[in-house]
Design a protein. Structure first.
Length: 107
C-alpha cells in the first residue's frame, strides 16, 4: 500500500469532501452504507482500501460519481437530469431552482 498511499489518501479525501458536501456525518454515512462507522473512518483516512463492491454501493446509495472518486475528475458533460439524479432527494428542489435561475441569467 505504501507505494500507492497518495492515491488512497486522495480518494479518502474526496470521499470525505463529498460526505461533508452532502451534509452527512460519518455515522450517518456508515448507516446508509450499512457498514461499521469505524471502518468508514478508516476509508476516509486511507487506513483501509475501499473495496470495489463498496465503490458501487457508494455510487448507488450516495450518488458519488465513480470517476470523481477514483480520479478527482468531474464529468461536465452530464445533463441537468443526470446531475439531479445524483443529488440526494432532499436537495433536488433547491438545486433545480438554482439551475432555473442560472438559465434565466444566461438567456
Amino acid at each position: 500500500m505504501e507505494r500507492n498511499k497518495e492515491f488512497y489518501v486522495e480518494m479518502g479525501n474526496r470521499l470525505r469532501a463529498y460526505r461533508k458536501a452532502m451534509g452527512y456525518t460519518q455515522e450517518q454515512t456508515s448507516e446508509l452504507l450499512e457498514i461499521n462507522e469505524n471502518f468508514y473512518g478508516k476509508l476516509e483516512r486511507a487506513e483501509r482500501f475501499i473495496p470495489v463492491d463498496l465503490i458501487v454501493v457508494l455510487h448507488k446509495k450516495l450518488g458519488i460519481d465513480i470517476r470523481y472518486l477514483l480520479t478527482g475528475e468531474v464529468d461536465m458533460q452530464g445533463s441537468v437530469s443526470g446531475i439531479l439524479n445524483n443529488i440526494p432527494e432532499h436537495y433536488r428542489e433547491q438545486v433545480l431552482k438554482a439551475f432555473t435561475e442560472i438559465a434565466k441569467l444566461i438567456q
